[in-house]
Design a protein around this ligand. Structure first.
Ligand code: FNR
Length: 401
């Protein structure tokens, strides 16, 4: 082991050169003492362990449409990285800049609702783990803890807010201004869930967390939402749940409505759920600042195009004018590299951090994220690159060619 490596191990932060080597060495050194990693390192094994740990209801809720979920994973397997040799990659920088803020890696935590169904600390545990690594967490509108409670444990670490655009303009305006006050750096409007899909697993379990008052903390704590009720949610939770259910579905939403939000916030606005290049162009016409190519982790339209498959056409339509992000099916470092090479500025990680949460709370999330960053550092270097900016379509070939 050379001097540089020893030095890097002493400061094994995610931004340090050789973060990956340091984490890898630590795991092998721990092995000499008979200590093994707390969580499965392999994503499929991690998923399996989490499935066994969760209640049937939570397992169903984390699930999705089998065809779309499979297609999301297969789309990554459709591309191969072509590693390049002898390129002097001893100093590697995983960082990326989004909306003027430097991030340690092109990875964010996707907005995921109702996290208390997998662990009682839910979003608060995830927020602390994300903040510890400096990776942005995107708060869901439909969270178990209010955005203020979640932000409270993050100091000035980056966080964004995801908006489910409800029928109540007063609530939408109020929750966006609360997100601004809580230090969120962007608003992500999720377009693909203006109604919940026909989800066989949840239907079979006859289980919707919201009906049980779960995942509604941002609503129940909101002054505008509360003003629309006859009495406070603490006194009549069922009436508050009914009011939420009446507001959530919003199939009437159109492109024209976006100007309302544009006028209400100076934060960057991203649209999540874009899969067609014409929708990407339309978003830019509306003054949108960024896109998230996503099919909601395969939880909405069965048979939908995989997110990675949709990415190149969206990137081509956007022509570098705004950042394009991607989620749905990201499981390991090579997926991040493939998404970056095909034009995504960053990816959002969904289920893998929930599996960590289910198995180990805050420490479990930190372990999953740390492993991903270590894998990223090593796989980027082994592919012949010192930074993500060096990647482009020529870094990949179609599988089997
Ligand atoms: C989600 N997702 C989601 N998206 C969103 O905009 N608001 C939300 O509240 C939720 N809630 C949610 C719950 C659960 C249980 C899952 C699994 C997903 C979608 C999420 O942001 C993201 O698009 C996907 O999770 C990404 O796919 P992978 O990484 O899970 O495959």
């Amino acid at each position: 082991m050379d001097d540089n490596q020893t030095h890097d191990q002493q400061r094994s932060t995610p931004t340090a050169t050789s973060f990956g080597l340091a984490r890898q060495s630590q795991i092998f050194l721990d092995g000499l003492k008979g200590v093994r990693p707390t969580l499965p390192v392999d994503p499929a094994a991690l998923e399996q362990a989490a499935q066994e740990a969760m209640t049937p209801e939570a397992r169903g809720y984390l699930g999705g449409m089998p065809g779309t979920m499979r297609a999301n994973l297969d789309a990554f397997a459709d591309w191969n990285i072509v590693p390049r040799m002898l390129r002097g990659v001893q100093t590697r920088d995983l960082g990326t800049t989004l909306f003027g803020r430097r991030l340690p890696a092109p990875v964010l935590l996707a907005p995921v609702g109702v996290q208390s169904i997998v662990h009682p600390d839910g979003e608060r545990a995830v927020a602390r783990a994300a903040a510890g690594l400096g990776l942005p967490m995107v708060f869901s509108t439909a969270s178990s803890f209010s955005l203020e409670e979640t932000a409270a444990g993050m100091s000035d670490a980056p966080r964004w807010f995801q908006l489910y655009w409800s029928k109540s303009a007063a609530f939408n305006a109020s929750v966006v201004s609360r997100a601004e006050a809580a230090g969120c750096g962007a608003i992500v409007v999720t377009l693909d869930t203006f109604m919940l899909a026909w989800r066989p697993q949840d239907l079979q379990n006859a289980y919707l967390p919201f009906m049980r008052g779960l995942g509604l903390a941002n609503y129940f704590s909101d002054p505008a939402f509360r003003a629309e009720l006859q009495g406070p949610p603490e006194q009549d939770p069922q009436a508050a749940v009914r009011h939420f259910l009446g507001l959530f579905n919003n199939p009437a939403l159109t492109w024209k409505d976006l100007s309302w939000l544009r006028e209400r916030t100076r934060l960057p606005i991203l649209l999540k759920g874009i899969l067609h290049p014409d929708d990407a162009r339309r978003a830019l016409d509306c003054g949108i600042d960024g896109l998230v190519v996503s099919n909601h982790g395969g939880r909405q339209v069965e048979g939908a195009v995989p997110a990675l498959g949709a990415l190149p056409a969206v990137v081509e339509a956007v022509k570098g004018r705004v950042p394009v992000l991607l989620d749905s099916g990201v499981r390991r470092a090579s997926d991040v590299i493939k998404a970056r090479a095909l034009g995504a500025q960053a990816v959002l990680l969904g289920r893998p951090y929930l599996w960590g949460l289910a198995l180990g709370g805050e420490a479990g999330v930190a372990e999953v994220l740390g492993n991903l960053l270590a894998d990223l550092d090593l796989t980027l270097g082994l592919s012949g690159y010192s930074s993500f900016d060096e990647l482009d379509a020529s870094s990949l070939v179609r599988a089997g060619r």
